[in-house]
Design a protein around this ligand. Structure first.
Ligand SMILES: O=C(O)c1ccccc1N[C@@H]1O[C@H](COP(=O)(O)O)[C@@H](O)[C@H]1O
Length: 217
């Protein structure tokens, strides 16, 4: 579509979410494999949904500290373009996953204050992309998808070793400002385009992509 800002819509749970996300202008669609998440998919459902994604739209699998058995099953059963590692995976594990599965790997890094920023350099040496998210609140039962933003001033004007996406608490109301303030060219959204936990909303997805693009004009 020639959009300047690429949007990843993560946590699709219904087959109808695929055409809705594509029509909205998503460049990436994300499937969550984490049983504690309201967006968790079983492999069979994900495989069915992934086959409906047109070529050119990146199909991303989000996992959290997954072992090889899980990743073997996932990559054998679901056609994918990228793995998103959203747990406490070490840099060594990121490199191992990249080499074992031959897929690009995006590593999520949680930010709450300046002490977290060195992680961006560390993971930037091994991951193909970085996903810069808010750190989960204490006691949260999942490491992302909490509708929580971090202080974007922490990364404004930063130089990046690899392509990156901004995530965490993004909505149609703050997407344009997020682009302007951080210089992000890619945004990742889940909660902010839902009408209820785990239920994507077509109008919110369209509004989000439009707002993200307007931030780059
Ligand atoms: O969406 C989830 O349920 C989820 C579960 C476990 C790890 C990450 C998860 N989502 C990712 O979190 C960020 C921010 O989400 P939100 O927009 O604030 O809801 C995003 O990368 C999701 O892909």
């Amino acid at each position: 579509m020639g959009n300047d800002i690429k949007v990843k819509i993560c946590g699709l749970t219904d087959p109808a979410d695929i055409p809705a996300a594509i029509l909205a202008g998503a460049s990436y669609v994300g499937f969550v494999f984490f049983p504690k998440s309201p967006r968790h998919l079983v492999l069979e459902d994900a495989a069915f949904m992934a086959t409906a994604v047109p070529v050119g739209i990146m199909k991303v699998a989000l996992t959290v500290d997954a072992d090889d058995a899980m990743l073997d099953a996932l990559t054998q059963q679901v056609p994918l373009d990228m793995l998103q590692l959203h747990g406490s995976e070490t840099p060594e594990r990121v490199a191992e996953v990249k080499s074992r599965y031959g897929l690009p790997v995006m590593k999520a890094v949680g930010i709450s204050d300046a002490d977290d920023l060195p992680q961006l350099e560390t993971y930037g040496r091994v991951a193909d992309q970085l996903l810069v998210d808010a750190k989960p609140p204490k006691g949260a039962d999942r490491p992302g998808g909490n509708a929580l933003a971090f202080d974007w001033n922490l990364i404004a004007g930063r130089r990046w070793p690899v392509p990156w996406m901004l995530a965490g608490g993004l909505t149609p109301d703050n997407a344009a400002q997020a682009v302007r303030l951080t210089g992000a060219r890619q945004l990742d959204v889940s909660s902010g385009v839902e009408s209820a936990e785990g239920v994507k909303d077509g109008a919110l997805m369209r509004a989000f992509v439009e707002a993200a693009q307007s931030g780059a004009r």
